[in-house]
Design a protein around this ligand. Structure first.
Ligand SMILES: C[S@@+](CC[C@H](N)C(=O)[O-])C[C@H]1O[C@@H](n2cnc3c(N)ncnc32)[C@H](O)[C@@H]1O
Length: 487
């Protein structure tokens, strides 16, 4: 079984992942870039881009950092080497207790666990950029090299896309540190194309390689510079996740450091690039992410690429399974990623077919949006469906009236009100607003439907012809599948 964990990877690694069980670990953690990433979705039929906070990439010296510092310096669980303890002590003197040290402490805690879970033959790839790579290499050395592991490569991932500047040379590479747990590590050499420029009388330095040029090439051993385009706005792989990495990048590392059936771990898995490539290459995998948006996106990506049956082979952990865990998520004190309960409710109920709505101005009550396909003047149109989520124990019918007001104002067609606690008064109020008639499918839906968290836990999902779904069904029909459009 493959495993997908929703939660903080430090807790998950410590609680659930046994010693020496993983063949390859790749991580691409937040880079201490001192900014928050916004997830930009590719909305079908929608001109303005909804944004939702994907994850917080800012670090401050807080109680969490202080606790991490104490854990390292007291060698909690016995996983920290003398060198890593000395290093963190030394860095605290050089850097002071601020944002950078908080970030480095957070990484030290996790790298020590990753070292523990790797098999003796296992490999570790740490993806970062020049913001903090010089400190990170010291950290990984202090954990890996001090315990019999070794540094193998500094891989440069070179890309061309993105902006340039006149102030300095344009920054167009990331760094991936490749370490192994011992010198008995598994490595399957990879090859890359080397174009035979001399045959054409070109000097390599002033020749632009065109993928489709049909030039002759030979295969040579892969160098530590990976020339792979990043995910641009027109990339076929693009999912709209801000830090999505190209599959070709992961493919090189997974092929080099694992065989079929081996276990690949990504404890910061984002939109699931590592997972998707591992699945494609018949590796087993373990994914972890702290935001439900990532978990939702990964499930959707796997379903779309490999079919619904792939989902049956995944054990999903950390997602509310019962009322008590849903209540715990709603009342989570330390929610660094913010509004996780609302995101979980919207994405679980919509079966990953809604997008999370970033609160702004007048739309305060809206937590998510989905798009339903309808028809107007004999033309196909896409209409908005709104989601509002509340975890209060007592609510007045005014919340339903407000949702109706927002539906009207936003020119949406209907809304779902998701409540943690069931309330008859809300259901009674919702019935006053009648139905929404979908002309394309000749079907009526309550204009406002009250859904409880218990409904979601029992597997109730939205049954609307959303735009993505309709596109997929249309494609299936074109391939001769006679499946009906029955919703
Ligand atoms: C840079 S993104 C990874 C992108 C990924 N490589 C891809 O191609 O989609 C980093 C991810 O780490 C997650 N993350 C940050 N802190 C985490 C933590 N403590 N535990 C688990 N996941 C975390 C974020 O939610 C985010 O999705």
């Amino acid at each position: 079984m493959n495993k997908l964990y929703y939660g903080d990877n430090l807790d998950i690694l410590r609680k659930y992942i046994r010693d020496e069980t993983v063949d390859l670990c790749y991580i691409d953690p937040p880079f201490n870039s001192k900014r928050n990433y916004n997830q930009i979705y590719n909305n079908l039929g929608k001109e303005d881009k909804a944004q939702a906070q994907a994850f917080v990439d800012t670090w401050t010296w807080d109680t969490r950092a202080e606790e991490g510092f104490a854990e390292i310096t007291s060698n909690y669980n016995g996983v920290f080497t003398k060198q890593s303890i000395e290093l963190i002590n030394g860095l605290s003197k050089v850097l002071g207790k601020g944002s950078l040290l908080a970030y480095l402490i957070s990484m030290t805690l996790r790298i020590a666990e990753i070292f523990r879970v790797l098999k003796l033959t296992g490999s570790f790839y740490f993806h970062c950029d020049p913001t903090a790579s010089h400190y990170l290499k010291l950290l990984i050395d202090s954990i890996f090299c001090a315990k019999g592991g070794d540094f193998q490569n500094e891989i440069i991932w070179a890309y061309k896309s993105g902006g340039a500047t006149k102030k300095r040379f344009a920054r167009k590479h990331d760094i991936i540190f490749f370490y192994t747990k011992s010198n008995r590590f598994f490595f399957n050499p990879q090859k890359e194309k080397s174009y035979m420029m001399h045959k054409y009388g070109f000097k390599k330095s002033n020749f632009q390689i065109d993928k489709d040029s049909g030039l002759q090439y030979s295969m040579v051993y892969q160098k530590d510079v990976f020339d792979i385009p990043s995910i641009g706005s027109d990339s076929a792989e693009r999912l709209g996740y801000p830090t999505q990495k190209p599959e070709a990048l992961l493919e090189k590392m997974i092929r080099a450091s694992t065989n079929e059936g081996d276990i690949v771990l990504d404890s910061f898995c984002g939109c699931g690039t590592t997972i998707s490539v591992a699945e494609q290459l018949n590796r087993k995998w373990i994914g972890m992410d702290i935001t439900y948006q990532s978990i939702s996106l990964i499930l959707k990506r796997l379903e779309e690429h490999f079919g619904i049956n792939t989902l049956k082979n995944i054990e999903i952990n950390g997602v509310p399974q019962d009322f008590d865990s849903a209540v715990a998520l709603a009342h989570k004190q330390d929610d660094r990623t913010r509004k996780e309960f609302e995101k979980w409710a919207v994405l679980a109920f919509s079966n990953n077919r809604a997008i999370i709505h970033e609160k702004k101005g007048g739309d305060k009550g809206i937590d998510g949006i989905s798009y339903v396909v309808d028809s107007e003047d004999n033309k196909e149109v896409v209409k908005e469906v709104l989601f509002s989520v509340k975890s209060n124990a007592i609510l007045s019918p005014a919340v339903i009236r407000d949702l109706n007001g927002t539906i009207e104002r936003e020119k949406a067609v209907m809304g779902y009100f998701i409540t943690l606690y069931p309330m008859e008064n809300l259901v009674r109020e919702s019935k006053k607003y009648g139905v929404y008639d979908n002309k394309l499918f000749g079907h009526s839906y309550p204009k406002i439907e009250v859904v409880t968290v218990d409904d979601i836990l029992q597997g109730k999902t939205m049954k609307l012809p959303t735009s993505l779904e309709v596109l997929k069904k249309a494609e299936l029909k074109m391939k001769g599948n006679q499946e009906d459009f029955g919703f």
